[in-house]
Structures are given as structure tokens and as C-alpha cells.
Design a protein around this ligand. Structure first.
Ligand SMILES: [Zn+2]
Ligand SMILES: [Zn+2]
Length: 385
């Protein structure tokens, strides 16, 4: 694959700067969606009719019939007030592309342009998914529920990674990003005078005991070679200094890479919370929800994509953060890469108000998408022969 032409890169970089100035939160990406539609329409790339409120699907059909694959980029931003000195800094107060999704979908636009130019030599269909609401965690479900990806044989995406040098691609089969689970616990005690604890059952003491014991899931139950996190991040109880309250509540998150670990963490979590509450003569209510499944790259698809890239890939460093792309991987064989977007020693990480993702990531990401589309189509077309 030739390197992407400078004129196209310049155009995409300037689009990226515009998108960066007008970021929009999950499910509110109306202007972003309109702008992407307008650009694709100007380039004569067909938009597929879907029932998505924000986000969109475009489709490039090759001259010859063949396999169908999808390339995905997310389009939403975060409620973060940008603190960079970039000339194209956010103009939408309190909203920032602090996760660099502007890099992702600008690169997908660049890839769309090139693939459309190459469609005479393309055998099969490439669907370009501009996914809404990644940060809210339900965008992937919205896309699947509206049947936007029916018939797709494989899907690929990437996340920019400011801890890696610009342009480096990290890709491997198996786990990459953790599954994300949220728990909310409410403990029901009996309120009483702070000076007469014997007349009630104190939910604060119960809560303190539970939170301490939850630390043993990672330190005593989990295999030390498997990364797992259990973090209590919010506690709430009481209103004043001389009253023992009726209830106490806390919430937080668990992160795991493997289903067996999720089962273990969840089982121990319920045992510790329920049995400790019972030991103190109280009851606990637990609400446990899945935010995102782990990213678990399909071995075959990953191999096809990695060997089709014109640059060598490195082994990724796993992260406990989560990504909605896992929703697709649970249904469609897929692969997800990291592409280095900064690499400076003191580079701010994703979601940081000082995060800066380099424009130089863009040509590498465009190439990643274009080469991936070709290698996946070839792979499936050859299988069908
Ligand atoms: Zn993010
Ligand atoms: Zn992100």
C-alpha cells in the first residue's frame, strides 16, 4: 500500500481540527453526524438508511460482489473542560474530545475517501460505522439493536493511545481492554441516637466492614497472574454528627479480562456484602450491571489484519479501561488495535483535560483502516472460493 497522499492527509487533519473545536456528548452528536454525512455525500459515498438518531453508516460496494466487512470509529466527546493550548481547542464549553475520538472518525473519513477511489478493484462491501455514544457505554447496543451490522463478517477498529509513540500500531489476539462492571449497594440498618447505638443497628459500621473485606477479593481470591480491579469510588451515609442513619450506600467498579474472573469477583462480592450485612443484623441490596465486556480479539481476524499491514505491529500493553467495541466483538469476529498518538514521557492520558493526540496519528490510522479492509475482504473471498 502506498503511503497516504499529503493532500488528503492535510484535508483530513483540517477536518479533524474543526471536529475538535465542536465536540458533542454521547447521543447528542447531531452536528457531528450532519457534518460527516455532508462530507461523505460530497464525495459520492452512499449513506445507508438506519434508524440511528446520531451516528451513521456508510457503505462502499466494490465493482464485484464478495464479502462484507465493517470498519468502526466512535464520534462522541466527554464532559471535560479542555486545558490545552492547541490553536484548535474546544469551543464548546465543558465538552472536549479528551478521548481523541475526533482522530478516530476523521481517519475513517480518510479511509472512506481512498476505498471509494479504489472501488473498481474492490471485491465485496465495506461498511463504515460512525458509532455514537461510546463513552455512555450503550452506543454499541444501539447499533446492534437497529440491525445496522447484519451480514457483516468481521469488524475492525482502533483506539489512539497517547502512552505509545506516534504511529506505532499495537495489535494482538486475545484480551486487550478490561470488562467494566458497576455495582451500587444499599445497606438497610436502624437509625438511632448517636449516643445510644445499642438501640439501633448501625449501617455505617457494616458498610466500613464490607468495604474493607471487598479488598480481599483481589488480594486473597483472585489468581495473582490475572489482572482484576475492585474499586469503591463513592460512599454515602448519614446527615449529621449525633444521629446514626437508617441507611448507608456505596458504589464503584470492578474490572476483569476473563469471564471466569468476572464470575469469581461477582460471586465473592455478593457473598461478602450479603453475609457481612447479615452478621450485623442488617440487609443489603446489590445492583450489579455490565458497562462493557472485555475486548477480546479474534485470533484469526487479528492474524489476517496484522499480516496485511505494511508496518510491523508491536505487542500491546493491556489496560484496565474499557471500550464499547467489545459489544461488537461479542457478536461478530473482530479486532481492535492501539495506535500511538503521543508518546512523550509526560503525555496526559485519555480523559485528561490536558490530553493531546497528534495529527501525525492520522495517516497511520487511515492506512490501518484501508489495508485492513483489503485484507479482510481478501480473506473471506478466498475462503468462499
Ligand atoms: Zn474514553
Ligand atoms: Zn475512547
Amino acid at each position: 500500500m502506498d503511503t497516504v497522499k499529503t493532500s488528503l492527509v492535510d484535508e483530513i487533519v483540517s477536518l479533524r481540527h474543526q471536529f475538535h473545536q465542536y465536540p458533542e456528548l454521547s447521543n447528542q452528536e447531531f452536528a457531528t453526524t450532519e457534518k460527516i454525512k455532508q462530507i461523505l455525500t460530497d464525495w459520492n459515498i452512499p449513506i445507508v438508511d438506519t434508524e440511528l438518531d446520531t451516528g451513521l453508516l456508510a457503505e462502499i460496494r466494490g465493482n464485484e460482489a464478495g464479502a462484507t466487512i465493517a470498519l468502526r470509529a466512535d464520534i462522541d466527546a466527554l464532559p471535560v473542560t479542555e486545558q490545552t493550548n492547541l490553536p484548535y481547542k474546544s469551543k464548546n464549553d465543558g465538552v472536549m474530545h479528551a478521548c481523541g475520538h475526533d482522530i478516530h472518525f476523521s481517519s475513517l473519513l480518510g479511509a472512506a475517501y481512498l476505498l471509494n477511489q479504489q472501488k473498481d478493484s474492490l471485491k465485496g462491501t465495506v461498511r463504515l460505522l460512525f458509532q455514537p455514544a461510546e463513552e455512555a457505554g450503550h452506543g454499541g447496543d444501539q447499533v446492534l439493536n437497529k440491525h445496522v451490522l447484519n451480514g457483516v463478517q468481521a469488524i475492525a477498529g482502533f483506539h489512539n493511545n497517547p502512552t505509545m509513540p506516534v504511529g506505532q500500531i499495537a495489535l494482538d489476539q486475545g484480551p486487550l481492554m478490561a470488562g467494566c462492571y458497576r455495582f451500587v449497594v444499599k445497606i438497610q440498618g436502624n437509625g438511632t441516637h448517636g449516643a445510644q447505638p445499642q438501640k439501633g443497628t448501625d449501617p455505617i459500621v457494616t458498610q466500613a466492614a464490607i468495604i474493607s473485606q471487598l479488598q480481599t477479593i483481589v488480594s486473597r481470591n483472585n489468581d495473582p497472574f490475572h489482572a482484576v480491579v475492585v474499586s469503591v469510588t463513592k460512599v454515602n451515609a448519614g446527615k449529621t454528627w449525633n444521629v446514626i442513619p437508617e441507611t448507608a450506600a456505596f458504589e464503584g467498579t470492578a474490572r476483569t479480562f476473563y469471564e471466569e474472573d468476572t464470575e469469581l469477583v461477582k460471586r465473592r462480592f455478593f457473598e461478602i456484602v450479603n453475609n457481612t450485612a447479615q452478621a450485623f443484623g442488617q440487609k443489603a441490596e446489590i445492583d450489579w450491571t455490565t458497562g462493557a465486556l472485555p475486548i477480546d480479539n479474534d485470533p484469526e481476524i487479528t492474524q489476517v489484519v496484522a499480516s496485511g499491514l505494511s508496518q510491523p505491529v508491536v505487542k500491546p500493553v493491556l489496560t484496565m479501561t474499557a471500550e464499547d467495541f467489545a459489544t461488537f466483538e461479542a457478536k461478530i469476529p473482530g479486532t481492535f488495535a492501539f495506535i500511538g498518538s503521543n508518546g512523550a514521557k509526560d503525555a496526559a492520558d485519555l480523559h485528561d483535560p490536558r490530553y493531546v493526540g497528534s495529527d501525525k496519528t492520522i495517516p497511520v490510522a487511515i492506512n490501518y483502516f484501508v489495508e485492513t479492509a483489503h485484507s479482510l475482504l481478501n480473506h473471506f473471498n478466498n475462503l468462499e472460493k
